[in-house]
Design a protein around this ligand. Structure first.
Ligand code: ZN
Ligand code: ZN
Length: 676
């Protein structure tokens, strides 16, 4: 754009929580919407994005500062992506500057040493080297079964149009093969495929499979990359050099030269939701992106979220079912092991120990799932009842026996293990409850002749530790694997013939209305690790509640009927997806401040509405004190989403400008998935 006179104003989005744009004067003749600028902001220098070019400002002209430098000669964002960013800022009621910040690789968010326009040669911008290349199939493609063929054909018919599909198939039903066939066609059409995977779902196994099947560059974006690698992958995606772009949550914002399809694997996974700063849901944004870019969106899952199933019911998404397990793999058989009145040895029942022995003697691998790391969640004095609690949080400290320490799993603070009770000085301190470390010790006692591998946050901290461990398992160097949800996702363990699930009873009676859904998804995923080659898998669930109606439904009828029952419950009490929520959180060093702020917000909002929005709270957060701060929350819920959005929108700017907003740290969470 040519800027003709001095009255030209650049409206710039700056990464700050303030929900407004900032006006600056241009210094060049040339400025484009979507380009970065370096500006003075208060006493700091910041990088902003030009959002609009106007001839008016609310500020007197002589008060406006010129920008320090223009950093790009062209927009960094294709028009549809710019539109997505604006939509995200409106929908999640976040500042546009923060949304742009989430959308850019770190390298482009850093202030350059010599600020000058980043003018890349036009040639590399537009030339797509590999886009027209026909895929070089290096690995042989397996024959598709009827369901897979139907899915591929149905989605193919919608190329070039927006439609969301749920690709619903159990672990091992061949969802990845469906993705591969779709991507293959995209490459032939000269279009790019965008694949989103959960945080820990991006396994070397999946990447290797893609690399073997496609002879084209694959841009990979995830949190373990260096800044340089991330920036290069971003460039490959933007210029079209990479026909396949695969990454975690924030990859939904990567610019693409020619987007043809979006695939979201494990769409139910909670890691698609950003829980800090700009709180967005990558699945929901991906669907919006598909609609803006006119391309199909495929949501894959063995355990679809209730939100997605609801969208299938109301006809918004099209359901594609993969009902068979691909190849020769058989479904695992599920068995409940009633442990009421049974003596447990460090969490393991006698019948379970015998079953493990049986599988090991038949040369099968055994997988034990327990979603709690450490040795025991509580250390208690049996003389006076004292328990080891965190000084900064309302939480007990977990005992880590191996490192002789107590650790808070909320703030990560640690202290050495007590030798005697600090309250009564007795030495009768005992661990209560079980964690993976404790099960490992018990298993070593029962099966001294077998190799045991534990996979949790504590054993996989070192770089490549996870990869090396998985390799060892595949080579058969370990017979018993034991771990938290880290082993439940993504990885294939073809020789596992027995899966044992421990300690899920808490989830059956949690106050979190999503806990049963999460438990069901996790259980099905863990169960899916068994029997993936030709051997039949067995799954054993130890529980004190074998008659729990929803648990029985899950085990006897499967995830579909289980999720239908959950949906019916949600509908009856009008919880999401049958209503919409916005959560306002506040935290402060002083308890009253957080409360006071939320009461103020509630009063302001109550004045402006006619009972279509329900308020729950303010109440203390379920764990009120965390890292030394008191936390409170106010939940807004309505069956009328536009009304709810409008109420918050009209008041948020007022609240933001009120001095009371500076007395606490507060945030807005639209469609929260974690209220607890
Ligand atoms: Zn004591
Ligand atoms: Zn703590």
């Amino acid at each position: 754009m040519n800027l003709l006179n001095n009255a030209t104003i650049l409206q710039v989005a700056i990464p700050t929580p303030l929900r407004q744009l900032f006006d600056y004067l241009p210094i060049h003749n040339d400025a484009n919407i979507g380009a970065r600028v370096l500006v003075s902001f208060g006493k700091q220098k910041k990088i902003g994005i030009i959002v609009n070019i106007s001839d008016k400002s609310d500020c007197p002209l002589h008060k406006l500062k010129p920008i320090d430098a223009l950093l790009d000669t062209a927009s960094l964002f294709p028009p549809a992506l710019l539109e997505l960013i604006h939509w995200a800022s409106r929908y999640y009621q976040s500042s546009l500057g923060e949304v742009f910040e989430a959308a850019l690789p770190k390298r482009l968010r850093q202030i350059p040493k010599n600020p000058k326009p980043n003018a890349r040669k036009k040639k590399t911008e537009t030339k797509n080297h590999n886009l027209m290349a026909v895929p070089a199939l290096q690995d042989t493609a397996p024959e598709l079964n009827t369901d897979q063929k139907y899915a591929v054909n149905t989605i193919t018919k919608q190329f070039g149009q927006f439609q969301t599909f749920l690709l619903d198939g159990v672990t091992g039903s061949g969802k990845t093969e469906v993705y591969i066939r779709l991507i293959e066609q995209m490459i032939t059409l000269g279009k790019q495929s965008l694949i989103l995977v959960p945080e820990i779902g991006l396994t070397p196994q999946l990447l290797t499979r893609f690399q073997k099947r496609f002879g084209v560059p694959i841009a990979v974006l995830h949190s373990a990359l260096t800044e340089k690698q991330r920036y290069e992958a971003w460039q490959q995606a933007k210029t079209g050099r990479a026909p396949i772009v695969i990454g975690t949550r924030s990859t939904v914002f990567v610019p693409l030269l020619s987007l043809g399809i979006i695939i979201i694997d494990e769409e139910h996974d909670a890691s698609f939701k950003q829980q800090e700063g700009f709180r967005y849901h990558a699945r929901d944004l991906a669907i919006m992106r598909g609609s803006l870019e006119h391309c199909p969106v495929v949501l894959g899952s063995a355990t679809p979220s209730l939100e997605t199933l609801h969208n299938v019911h109301i006809g918004r998404f099209q359901h594609l079912l993969l009902s068979e397990r691909a190849g020769n793999a058989a479904f695992p058989s599920l068995r409940v092991l009633d442990i009421r009145h049974k003596k447990l040895d460090e969490g393991l029942s006698q019948p379970l120990i015998e079953t493990i022995r049986e599988h090991l003697s038949n040369k099968g691998q055994v997988l034990i799932f327990l979603n709690r790391r450490g040795f025991a969640p509580v250390l208690m004095c049996f003389e006076c009842g004292w328990t080891a609690n965190c000084r900064q949080c309302d939480a007990r400290m977990t005992l880590h026996y191996q490192h002789q320490k107590l650790q808070c799993h909320h703030c990560e603070s640690t202290i050495p293990l007590y030798k005697q009770c600090p309250s009564c000085h007795h030495t009768d301190l005992k661990p209560l409850g079980i964690g993976t470390e404790r099960i490992e010790a018990a298993l070593q006692r029962h099966f001294p002749e077998h190799n045991i591998t534990r996979i949790d946050k504590d054993t996989t901290r070192k770089k490549n530790a996870m990869r090396d461990t998985i390799e060892r398992i595949h080579k058969g160097e370990t017979e018993i694997l034991l771990g938290t949800q880290m082993i439940a996702k993504g990885h294939h363990f073809p020789n596992v013939t027995l899966v044992a699930i421990l300690e899920i009873d808490q989830a059956l009676f949690s106050t979190d209305f999503r806990s049963l859904e999460k438990m069901g998804q996790l259980m099905i995923q863990v169960a899916g690790r068994a029997g993936r080659s030709t051997r039949l898998g067995h799954v054993i669930l130890q529980t004190c509640h074998p008659q729990h109606p929803l648990l029985t439904k899950l085990l006897e009828k499967g995830y579909t009927e289980f999720s239908e029952a959950l949906l019916a419950e949600r509908r009856a009490i009008c919880l999401p997806p049958y209503s919409y929520q916005i959560l306002i959180r506040a935290e402060a060093i002083k308890r009253e401040r957080a409360n006071h702020f939320l009461h103020f917000v509630k009063t302001q909002m109550t004045k402006k509405q006619n009972n279509s929005v329900k308020f729950l709270g303010p109440i203390p957060a379920p764990m009120e004190r965390r890292i030394g701060k008191y936390r409170a929350q106010l939940l807004l819920q309505s069956i009328n989403r536009p009304m709810l959005q409008k109420l918050v929108k009209t008041l948020i700017l007022e609240i933001e400008k009120n001095p009371i907003a500076n007395s606490v740290r507060w945030s807005l969470d639209v469609d929260p998935i974690d209220l607890y």
